[in-house]
Design a protein around this ligand. Sequence first.
Ligand code: TXA
Ligand code: MG
Length: 318
Amino acid sequence: MINKSIDLAAKILKNEGVIGLPTETVYGLAGNIYSEKAVKKIFEIKQRPLYNPLIVHVKNIPDIRKIAVDIPSIAIEIATKFWPGPLTLLLKKNPSVPDLVTSGKPTVAVRIPNHPTALALLDLLEFPLAAPSANPFGMISPTKAEHVAEYFKDKIEMVLDGGICETGVESTIIGFNDDKVILYRLGGISLEEIKSIAGEVTLVNKSDSAPDAPGMLSKHYAPLTPLIFSENIEKYFDQFKNKKIGLLLFNKTIENAPICSEMILSPSANLKEAASKLYETLHQLDKMKLDIILAEKFPEIGLGMVINDKLARASLNG
Ligand code: TXA
Ligand code: MG
């Protein structure tokens, strides 16, 4: 099931099958956007509601024009800077893109992934790939082939193994209102980086009901173990002192903590490294049969904002 053959992956996709696809952000569940059979299967096995649209993955900027129309010049500017990379653009949809992929919306989400295996695969195909993150609805996103295989077992024919995802968090999603840039989901490209090209950026806050980008659902990416996210996790030590506690920390240990296990995401205090390890560490903590995971707040800058956002959504108190 886990396999490195790009040719085999291409063959399955040409036969309207669904595969686990490596990208630099997280693994996706990928199928031909023009195959109703493949796209329906993606929704079905992910247990994803049909109103929640999929991201279309293409190999280069000319291919974007087959998917989207009326692309604003600011979008081209931003895309040229960050693609291939962890950025998704919401653009006006080309009528040829099936409504099933976009859930009937007038926009389509597109990106060029920065992963050599994904790009080599797209090069062998005459169609783009629709791919949501390869996790069942509401669970932690997968950052290695084994996570995908564990989640879906024999429901998919193959997971194309591209190693560990380097970015480790999903793509940043932005849209456009005339010339205004709207950020719908924090991800692998930081808010500061987008601002450096776009100037002003409007942040759409998370909401529980019918969000424009349901990656903004406030409860998301959750481990099965209860998780508390706090600026001051020490205050919970007493409450859980006879319990099995897992700590999720940025760069250093907390003295005298009643820990069962402690995970430090970046001893050198590098937020990019911390983001790349976040989901893999949550997967690991979730397997340890802990009573509680206490996650500390990260510095609210750069990719720290993304980590905090994901942890808040994964938490009981978020
Ligand atoms: O990094 C990523 O973006 C990964 C990899 C596999 O590319 N994909 C991913 O897909 O995170 P997914 O489906 O888990 O999250 C995509 C988000 C969803 O919240 C979806 O609602 C939103 O993008 N989305 C997709 N198309 C949209 C559209 N036309 N309008 C608004 N939101 C859209
Ligand atoms: Mg997802």
